[in-house]
Design a protein around this ligand. Structure first.
Ligand SMILES: *Cc1c(COP(=O)(O)O)cnc(C)c1O
Length: 422
């Protein structure tokens, strides 16, 4: 509600579409309804009044678990908003069981609704079956997330890539030695940064795994250490591995903090065979070097909790293949042995942690490391495909075009609204 006042103060007046990102912003709809009602009583709002709010709003949901959606008792809403507003919300029928669910409020008042990856669209449609939900898969800003060595290479061979990220598809024609050279530079830059921050000198020739994201239990940062002896054996069989971690926990997320402790204790007990560093203060600057400079980007979320995930997209732009549980964007970006590798069987059905862990070790030992150490040209081909198939697609350029065409275009989303009310 403050946001809209601020926009008016900044003299943005003729806004045609408001885009709500997650339920936190849903009181926007209340502000728009008040605006529409002017001096009329909020409680006398008609279907037509509500439709006029709906006509202005677009909503993106991000959270694939119901517990993650903000909910408040009506009594609390009433004491914060005032009784009249709370009643108006209740009258609109979007409060179930005396609970104000911010997501329901946003859904109710939106002409277009979307999830942030195809899988997330399915999950959201099951969670909110009475609303038509669309899918627009997230993307990352390509120019910001491409490391200097790859920027240089793309500028030279695909100069249009900056203006039209689609052109990254032509990376498929870049000679493999050029990909390798650019990656080695990005890796050097990362290892220099690691040395600066931790005083640990990692080996530029050793297979380097990266893992960094918000430290919280469902991301399962410790999965790689489920069986340390197995990891020792793999190194003995296949060649050296080193691992770079990053990621902060929310101060109140005890599970997340415990995750970080577990990485530290694993790193101490594996010290003699596998160098493991943890970069503190993970932020965009660190992420930029980390996603670009490792040889493999590891992701182990618990399905289906990763709505999209984005760091693997940053890695792909730099030719770094993902090795990830099939969830979020990776279901769309994954072609086994072409753009990277999947951990576990697939996005659907139950699978035990033991099975996932077995898949993780098995592929490291028999697919990924042999390629890296013995058939490096094939590994380079995977790096290149990560750029041409995934860098060219999982970027904000494609994403914003989809929002323009599907969500912001009144013609298109107006039609969706019609089918919504039928
Ligand atoms: C990209 C990024 C994230 C999000 O990564 P996910 O893979 O979506 O979890 C978090 N923190 C920083 C600093 C990032 O750059």
């Amino acid at each position: 509600m403050g946001g809209i006042v601020m926009l008016y103060e900044l003299e943005f007046r003729d806004l045609r579409t408001y885009h709500m990102n997650e339920g936190h912003s849903a009181f926007l709809t209340l502000a728009l309804l008040e605006e529409k009602m002017k001096s009329r009583d909020l409680l006398s709002a008609t279907e037509e009044d509500m439709d006029s709010v709906r006509d202005q709003c677009v909503f993106t949901t991000h959270t694939p678990v119901s517990a993650g959606h903000d909910q408040f008792p009506i009594g609390l809403a009433s004491s914060v908003l005032g009784e009249k507003r709370a009643k108006a919300i209740m009258n609109s029928g979007c409060c179930l069981e005396h609970t104000l669910n911010m997501t329901h409020l946003a859904l109710f008042f939106s002409r277009f609704i979307n999830g942030v990856a195809m899988r997330h669209w399915q999950i959201s449609s099951d969670m909110f079956p009475s609303y038509p939900i669309n899918s627009i898969t997230n993307g990352v800003h390509a120019v910001s997330w491409t490391s200097p060595p790859f920027e240089e290479l793309f500028d030279l061979l695909i100069p249009e890539w900056r203006h039209q990220n689609f052109n990254l598809r032509y990376a498929v024609g870049i000679p493999l030695p050029e990909i390798r050279k650019a990656h080695r530079k990005a890796k050097k830059e990362l290892l220099n940064e690691v040395a600066l921050r931790t005083n640990v000198n990692l080996n530029p020739d050793a297979f380097t795994i990266g893992f960094a994201r918000r430290a919280t239990p469902y991301k399962r940062a410790n999965m790689l250490f489920s069986n340390p002896d197995r990891l020792r054996d793999i190194v003995k069989e296949c060649g050296p591995i080193q691992i770079i971690y990053g990621g902060k926990a929310h101060p109140r997320d005890e599970g997340g903090k415990d995750m970080i402790r577990q990485i530290f204790s694993a790193s101490a007990s594996l010290r003699d065979v596998i160098p493991i560093v943890y970069l503190e203060e993970y932020d965009i600057a660190v992420a930029k070097k980390l996603c670009a400079g490792v040889d493999l980007w590891l992701n182990t979320p618990e399905r289906p909790l990763e709505a999209s995930g984005t760091s693997g997209m940053k890695a792909a732009l730099n030719g770094v293949p993902s090795f990830s549980v099939l969830d979020g964007w990776w279901i769309e970006g994954h072609y086994e042995g072409v753009t990277g590798w999947a951990i576990g069987n697939g996005p659907y059905g139950k699978e035990s942690l033991t099975q996932e862990v077995e898949s993780l070790y098995h592929k490291l030992e028999f697919d990924i490391l042999p390629l890296y150490y013995q058939r490096s040209e094939e590994f380079d081909r995977i790096m290149r495909a990560a750029i041409s198939l995934n860098g060219s697609f999982f970027n904000t350029h494609r994403m914003v075009l989809q929002y323009l065409e599907n969500a912001y275009s009144l013609q298109r989303s107006g039609k969706m609204m019609e089918s919504n009310s039928q």
